[in-house]
Design a protein. Sequence first.
Length: 340
Amino acid sequence: MSDLRTVPTLDDVARAAGVSTATVSRCLNSPERVVEQTRKRVMSAVEALGYTPNFGARVMAAKRTFTIGAIIPTMENAIFARGLQAFQEELHARGYMLLVASSAYQPKIEEDQIRALVARGADGLLLIGHDRDPAIYDYLRARSIPVLSAWVYFPDSGQPTVGFDNRQSMRALAQQVIDYGHRQIGVISGITKGNDRAAARLAGLRDALVANGLDPDAMPVIETPYEIENGAVALQTLMQADTRPTVVMCGNDVLAVGALRGARDLGLSVPEDVSITGFDDIELARIVAPQITTVHVPHREMGRKAAIALIDMVEKRGTGDTIELKSTVQLRDSLRDLTC
C-alpha cells in the first residue's frame, strides 16, 4: 500500500507547541499579540509539521478574501514599479495579497478589470489617477468596495487619494527652467486624453509660462505614448523647427531618456545644444549620462501610505483620508543655466 500522509491541522500544531488552537490562530493572524517565546514555539511547530493555514476558513470567518486589487496603466516601464512594490510590501506585512492588472491607458480595459477584480472577491481597489466615468465609482459604492486613487492629489474630488499635485509639481520645474533663462521651450507630453496626470503636468507648465509673461500657445507640444523610442522621435521633430527650443521638457523620465537618445542621434550635445528635463525621478533618470533634471516623486512613501489607508477602509477603521505628499525638483546635468 502507498503511504497516505494526512494534512496537518490547527489542532496538530497546537498539540506540538503545547498551546491552544486560539493561540496558534493569533500567531498566524496577529503575531504582534503573542509574546515572542510562545510565537517562536508555535512557528517552529508550523514549520516542522508543514502546516498551511486554511485560507477558505479564514475568508469565511472574516467575511473578507484578504486580497487587494491594483490596476496600473502600464507594466512596460518602471513608472509605477517602486510605488507598487512598497504597496505590496505593506499589504504583505498586514496579511493581504495583491492582484495586479494593467489597463494600457484604455478606460474600457480598466473598467473590465475593475469588474473582474470585484468578481474575484477583491476587498478593495487601488486605481491610478482619478478621472474616469462616475458610473465606475457608483458601481463600487453599490457593492461596498473601498477604492483609493494614487499618483494624484484631488482634495475636492470626493474620493480618497494618496499622491501629489501633478500640476504644481510641473509648474515648479518649469519655473526653475525659466529662472535659468530658457524662453524657447518645447514639450514632449504623454497622451492627455484619459490621463489626468499628463493633463495636469501640461497645465502646470502653461501656468508657469503665463506667470512669467510668456505665451503658452507659442510653445510646441507633442503628445505621444510613454516609450523611449517615441521620446527620441518627438525630440527630433521639435529640433527641426525654424526656432529650435533651448530646452525640451518631457512628461516623464521615460520620454526624457528617449529625448536624450534622439538628441545624440542628431549629433547634439546635452545640455550644451539643448537641455532636457523629465518627471518622476525613476532610477533610469540617474543612470544615463548626463543625469536628467526631473521632479522627484515619493513613490515608496506613496505606495506604503496608500496600502495603510486602503486597508483601514477595508477593515472599517476609516473612510479614507486624502493625503498630499510633497514632490521636489531635482537639478542635474541635463539642464543648462543660460544666465551664467
